[in-house]
Design a binder for this molecule. Sequence first.
Ligand code: PLP
Length: 386
Amino acid sequence: MITSTRMNNLHPYVPGEQPKDRVYIKLNANENPYAPAPSVQKAVTDFVQSHPEKMGLYPDPDSNELHAAIADMLNKTGGVLCRAKVDGDKVTPSEQDKIPFTVTPEMIYSGNGSDEVLSFVFYAFFDSSTKFVMPEFTYSFYPVYAGFYNIPMDNVPLNSDWSLDKDEMLKRAAANRGGIIFANPNAPTGIGLKREEVRQMLLKASKDEIFIVDEAYVDFGGESCIPLLNEFKNLVIVRTFSKSLCGAGMRLGYIVANPELVNIVTTVKNSVNHFPIDAIAQVAGNAACKNPAYYVETSKKVAEERDKFYIFLKEKGFYVIESQTNFLFARKDGISGDELYRKIKAEGLLIRHFSTSGIEDFVRITIGTKEQMNELRKAFEKVLAE
Ligand SMILES: *Cc1c(COP(=O)(O)O)cnc(C)c1O
C-alpha cells in the first residue's frame, strides 16, 4: 500500500452536510444567518478593486493590523457581543464583561479558522507521553487532532444534567499532568460555566499544565475567561469569526493568551506554513472588528430567536437544554433524533443529528433569522402532528 502508518490514526471530522440537490434552510452547522457587516463587504470590494496587485503579493506575515483590530474589539466589547452596549458608534462592555486590563496585539495569534488554530495549539501544548483531559461530549474535532498527533486523551463523562464534571476533570488532570481542554459554552450541549467557576478550576489546576478554553460561542451569552488572563499564565482562549462574526466562509480564528504562549503557537505555525491567513481574510477580519456595533445587534437577534425557540420546544414537550449559544440541543420522547432530523429535512430544513452513542436521541438546531425560525416552527408543528 502506498501510504504511511500514520494514516491509521486519522479519523477526519465529518462536517454538517452541505447538499446540492435542493435549496435547504441550513440550520445544521452553527453558522450565522446574517451576512458580514456592509462595511466588511465594502472593505473587501475596495481592496480587490483598488489594490489588485496585493493579491499577487504575500500578505503581512504578522497580521499586525488584524491583531490590533481584534484586541481593540475585545477591549470594546469585553469579549461578549450580545451583552455589549451600543450608543451610536460607541461600544462598551457590560459591567459583567469588563476586562480589568487592556488586551494587546501581542496577546493575539490568528489562523485559518479556529480549527487550524486548535491544531497548532494541540501540537504545541499536548504531548504523546501524557493524556490530556476533555469532556466526553464536547467539540468533536478535539479527538480528531488527538488521533492526528497521536496524543492520548482522557474523556470525562458529563454530569447527569449535561454540565461539565469539573471536579472529576481536575482530578484526572492532576493524575495525568497533561492539560485540559473544553468548550465554554460547551458544544453540543450549549451549557456554559461562569467565569468564576473556571477561575476556581484554574486555581486548583497545575500552573505548569496548559488549560484551554474554546469560546467559539461565548458571544451569544456565556462569560468570557479573557479577564482571567492576567492571573493565569497557563490559560489559552480560542475564539472564532465563524459564529458570532458572521464569517465562517472567511476561515478566521484566533487565540488570546499571554505573549509567551502566543509565540509558542506562532513557532509551530511557522514550521508548517510560514504565511498567515490570506490577504483578503485579513482585510475582512480587520473591517469586522472595526464595526462591533453591527455584530452586537446580530448576536442579540440570534439570542432572542434562540430563547423564543426554546420556549416553543418546551411547549411541544421537548427536553431542551438551556443554551448560551447560537444553537439548541433537544430531544423528545416518542421520536428518535434521526427520525426527527429526516422528517424536518423532508420539509426543506437541515438540522443536525449525531449518531454518537449517548447523544443519539438529540438534535442540534442552529438558530437562524426570525423568518427561518418561523419556517422551522411550521415544520416542527407538521412533523409532530403526524
Ligand atoms: C465551530 C467551532 C469551532 C471551529 O470554528 P472555525 O473557526 O470555523 O474553524 C471551534 N470550536 C468550537 C467549539 C466550534 O463550535
